[in-house]
Design a protein. Structure first.
Length: 231
């Protein structure tokens, strides 16, 4: 099935948003241009909304374990509807279009990490969903960055309630010590990939686990950023 889905990139596909000609990427250029991109005024650490581009109050009080959080888009309609359908509606057929959209915004050149790691799902949730949406995005990111992908390095050891239901402080408690990194990554620069960042607590927890195992730098990459300070 994955071979068939990936080969869809060879053919023009209907745009997921307007049903016109989406080209090989599955989202047409006009619809891509209409998506809400991250504005220049945002926190340079966690990418949350901010008027000055200086570190936000949360990052000044407690800097997260990741070095930067990077997001090409704001989590807003219609991209939010696509991500929700992909993630919760078992729409794996959307994977190619979202991977292509994400990969378009991956940096090139000296920013290349030593390793790309998707945020893992707990085994029971992975079995229920049938796929890890973060891994689907990480595949394209790793190819674009010409960096190795490792989806076995990090393990989620507890099945936590969905972060979307919780307030900021509860999100941090919810993912405390939830990740285990199976082997040392001493001196490596690691890129962790997820679909959406809200408070950044999940990415913070995974970055902390990687740095405990010796990672020199951890940068988080997501497709879309919720402006948490406005929620």
């Amino acid at each position: 099935m994955r071979h068939l889905l990936d080969n869809c990139a060879l053919f023009a596909q209907p745009c997921l948003l307007c049903a016109g000609d989406g080209g090989p990427d599955g989202i047409c250029a006009a619809c891509r241009a209409d998506l809400a991109t991250l504005p220049a005024a945002h926190c340079p650490i966690c990418a949350d909304a901010g008027p000055t581009g200086l570190p936000c109050p949360h990052c000044r009080r407690r800097r997260p374990a990741f070095d930067t959080l990077n997001a090409p888009f704001v989590y807003a309609w219609p991209l939010s509807a696509l991500i929700h359908a992909f993630k919760y509606g078992h729409r794996l057929d959307m994977a190619h279009a979202l991977r292509a959209l994400f990969a378009r915004h991956a940096p090139e050149g000296p920013a290349r990490p030593d390793l790309v790691v998707p945020v893992p799902l707990f085994a029971a949730r992975l079995a229920e969903r049938g796929f890890n949406q973060s891994l689907e995005l990480a595949r394209a990111f790793a190819v674009r960055m010409a960096a190795p992908l490792d989806d076995t390095l990090c393990v989620r050891v507890r099945n936590t309630p969905p972060q979307a239901r919780l307030e900021r402080a509860a999100r941090t408690r919810n993912v405390a010590d939830v990740f285990v990194v199976e082997r040392a990554v001493t001196g490596l620069s690691v890129a962790i990939v997820d679909d959406v960042a809200t408070s950044g607590a999940t990415l913070d927890a995974l970055a902390a686990a990687l740095k405990k195992q010796g990672a020199r730098r951890v940068d988080a990459w997501v497709l879309a950023r919720v402006f948490y300070s406005k929620t």
